[in-house]
Design a protein around this ligand. Structure first.
Ligand SMILES: [Fe+2]
Length: 503
């Protein structure tokens, strides 16, 4: 932090800082603790969450970030200007070792539909400044620029795509899972720490800290509020509820491992207290309103799902169509359909993890058991449910597969009779490496699937009451730093007319 910023903070309304610092944390002199940056999330019309974590030595093997067990006061400021001359709110939170000295401040009482800036101070150190935004008021529908992505494997490449996302100056960012990867150090362009597969709270914390130290990721968090959901790698590859996918490393109590992973995820994300973990459970599915323009239904397709039918992988597996099978769990399915039926905004945006539309891998009907194709009755109930409820503009937003895809969601995939929604699938930030600009992926087996691109990047959407424009953004390389971003393909979805149109 520059001297100017420090002075501004002191002059800008913390005249009582001496009093505030006389609290429980005053005795602990700590080195610069904001090594993991700042973040905001969960925007509502009257506030959002601001996050940081104190970690002067973020990669210490004990997962405590170089902090003692003492609680530390963390002052925060929210202003309407980048220089913090117009303070909107200030306060002090207490960072405790039980939450790895993370801070989640849930702001309320802010103005709808406007930009804010925030920062933290602890033990005389001042954090970077973050920019956030409240959602617009219900009854209004200003245009929304939203980016979404998934699958950021630290070893597979540099996080340039996160940097490019920050440069887009979005209103909102969604991360749809695989924010970290759990494996040990491999042979990528940079190495995981800890070096082994992570299974304990201490090493899930170190892994999250390794990722959060990345300056490109910090830039993306600092530019806009994020809404996050996990996929599998935040815990373990292709796990299903409490069923492990593999036995490497062997043994162990998977419920305890999931509890450690969920806790570390909460500690490192700008989530509300409603998402605090309870043992090996964490309520991650939730709804957010963006005025009367859009409603985000954020799903969790990992925590409650039945185990993959016929094992993982791509299979011909009639069991996948068993009506009793679920990827959402019955409670989340009912919650989603109830929310879609409320028709709260023009657009219903369903943020989730795995490929939703049918995608046959072979003429014999083989398909991916980890995706909704492994849980087809659950998908049918949701598709039929939104049609029955008059949901006009459903758009499913997906991650997981390390490719860009775009698809029309069909009432009946066999007959291709009617388009009833749209699916936009983001590629990865890095997972899969540089990819191939020329690789083809669409197939006559899946006429409703229109676009495929095996390069890294993210998806940009600009949404208004009349249309949702989508640009599939790609970088030619992520194994080399600082490549530019470009648009590989664009579509428009017209309100009231589901499906992909030429822009
Ligand atoms: Fe992934």
């Amino acid at each position: 932090m520059t001297r100017l910023h420090r002075r501004t903070f002191l002059v800008g309304g913390l005249a009582s800082a001496g009093v505030a610092l006389a609290g429980s944390g005053a005795a602990q002199a700590i080195a610069y603790p904001f090594t993991l940056g700042v973040a905001s999330g969960e925007p509502a019309a009257d506030g959002f969450v601001i996050w940081t974590r104190l970690a002067p030595s973020p990669l210490n093997a004990d997962g405590l970030g170089g902090m003692s067990s003492a609680p530390v006061d963390v002052e925060w400021q929210v202003a309407t200007d980048r220089n913090f001359t117009q303070l909107a709110q200030t306060g002090t939170a207490t960072a405790v070792s039980g939450l790895a000295h993370s801070v989640h401040v849930e702001l309320v009482g802010l103005q709808p539909g406007r930009e804010y800036f925030y920062r933290f101070r602890a033990s005389g150190h001042i954090s970077a400044t973050g920019r956030a935004r409240t959602a617009p008021a219900v009854g209004t529908s200003p245009a929304l620029t939203m980016l979404f992505t998934s699958c950021s494997h630290y070893e597979a490449g540099y996080f340039t795509a996160y940097r490019r996302m920050a440069e887009e100056n979005p209103d909102l960012v969604l991360h749809l899972g695989d924010y970290i990867y759990e494996g040990g150090a491999g042979s990528g362009v940079r190495a995981h720490q800890p070096s082994g597969e992570i299974t304990t709270l201490a090493n899930y914390r170190v892994r999250h800290a390794l990722y959060k130290r990345d300056v490109d990721l910090q830039a993306a968090h600092a530019i806009a509020p994020w809404v996050v959901v996990w996929d599998d790698h935040e815990v373990e590859n292709n796990y299903a509820n409490l069923v492990r996918a593999d036995n490497s490393p062997a043994g162990g109590d998977f419920a305890a491992r999931r509890a450690a992973a969920y806790k570390a995820y909460y500690e490192h994300m700008p989530l509300r207290a409603a998402q605090a973990p309870s043992g090996s459970n964490l309520q991650l599915y939730r709804r957010l309103r963006w005025g009367s323009l859009a409603t985000f239904h954020m799903l969790d397709t990992r925590q409650y799902r039945d185990d993959q039918a016929c094992g993982d992988g791509t299979k011909l597996c009639p069991v996948a169509d068993d009506p009793a099978r679920t990827i959402t769990g019955a409670t989340q399915e009912a919650w989603l359909l109830d929310g879609l039926g409320q028709r709260l905004g023009t657009w219903d945006l369903i943020g989730q993890q795995v490929f939703f539309a049918q995608k046959l891998a072979a003429a014999d009907g083989s398909k991916s058991m980890d995706s909704w194709d492994g849980y087809t009755a659950n998908r049918s109930r949701i598709q039929q449910g939104w049609q029955a409820r008059g949901t006009v503009n459903p758009v499913v937003l997906t991650g997981d597969v390390h490719r860009h895809w775009a698809a029309n969601i069909m009432d009946d995939y066999q007959t291709q009779n009617r388009v009833i929604g749209t699916e936009l699938v983001s590629t990865s930030i890095t997972s899969g490496g540089d990819g191939s600009a020329t690789e083809t992926g669409t197939s006559s087996l899946n006429p409703h699937v229109k676009f495929y691109k095996n390069q890294r990047g993210y998806v940009r959407t600009v949404t208004s009451p009349t249309q949702l424009r989508v640009d599939f953004r790609v970088l030619d390389k992520v194994t080399v730093r600082d490549y530019p971003v470009k648009t590989a393909q664009s579509y428009v979805i017209e309100a009231g007319n589901p499906g992909l149109q030429a822009p």
